[in-house]
Design a protein around this ligand. Structure first.
Ligand SMILES: Nc1ncnc2c1ncn2[C@@H]1O[C@H](COP(=O)(O)OP(=O)(O)OP(=O)(O)O)[C@@H](O)[C@H]1O
Length: 249
């Protein structure tokens, strides 16, 4: 569904991403791991249009999307989360999810004046938002202000926003950082359920291998801007190169 070909991004002398080619299959969870500073965030910033690559290509559903601006890539159906959740503070969980809905006819100046043009749409998206919150275990928090939620639930709201935006592919930057092991496990269970029930495609960056690995379909390991291993989750910890750079031998 998504692939990169020989992507490169240097910051001065730092080779943040240095010739990276990956492949994310439709309906699968692709996991990228690697030590701090290995280039994982830069790679997803290149995919999501936050940075333009120095060279190389990004393809989504066979279309060349290299260097497109973030909003265009979002319109194609690639939705990303950030290490620090980027939500609307002061709004409730429901409102945060509703804001991500696409195509509200009420946003048009003319149609906005005519209630019948948008009222059904508004009813539908509220219903859809409640369905999403139920799927993500957020229903009981629907009216809570975002700042009152624990860190793990904020990550779930971000996933909820991606679902509301009809994402085809969701890119998650450390979805369980700062989250208790129990909730971290639950978050990955929700991700797995969404993969299975909605055929959603995930690209996930994560540090905590113990929790993330059992849920991955395919794993890439990055080190100093390059992919040093690609394979099944069961092979990762047995690989000597990975043990050396990532697990300390
Ligand atoms: N905007 C930038 N300007 C200069 N250097 C940068 C910039 N962004 C990243 N880097 C450098 O590029 C390298 C890769 O950083 P990146 O954040 O992509 O790694 P990472 O694997 O995501 O690390 P972490 O797990 O700590 O988030 C690092 O050496 C980092 O300092």
């Amino acid at each position: 569904m998504l692939s990169t070909e020989n992507l490169r991004k240097f910051f001065g002398g730092i080779r943040a991403v240095d010739g990276v080619s990956i492949n994310c299959e439709q309906g699968k969870i692709t996991l990228i791991i690697g030590p701090n500073g290995s280039g994982k965030t830069t790679l997803i910033n290149l995919i999501a249009g936050y940075y333009k690559p120095d060279s190389g290509k990004v393809y989504f559903e066979k279309e060349d999307i290299t260097g497109l601006p973030m909003n265009k890539i979002y319109e194609k159906g690639i939705v990303r989360s950030f290490q620090i959740p980027s939500l609307f503070w002061g709004l409730t969980v429901l409102e945060n999810i509703l804001v991500a809905a696409r195509g509200n006819p009420g946003e048009s100046v003319m149609k906005g004046l005519i209630r019948s043009k948008w009222i059904n749409y508004e009813r539908d998206i509220v219903e859809k938002a409640f369905g999403i919150m139920k799927d993500l275990g957020l229903a009981e928090f629907w009216n809570s202000s975002i700042e009152k939620l624990p860190a793990g639930h904020l990550k779930l709201v971000e996933i909820g926003r991606a679902l509301m935006a009809e994402a085809k592919m969701v890119i998650l930057d450390e979805p369980i950082s700062g989250v208790s092991p129990k909730l971290a496990h639950e978050i990955f269970l929700y991700i797995k359920n969404l993969r299975d029930s909605k055929d959603l495609t995930f690209l996930v960056i994560e540090h905590r291998l113990d929790i993330a690995l059992p849920f991955a379909d395919h794993v890439y390991v990055m080190h100093e801007g390059r992919i040093i291993f690609e394979g099944a989750p069961s092979e990762v910890v047995r690989n000597s190169k990975v043990r050396e750079v990532y697990l300390g031998g």
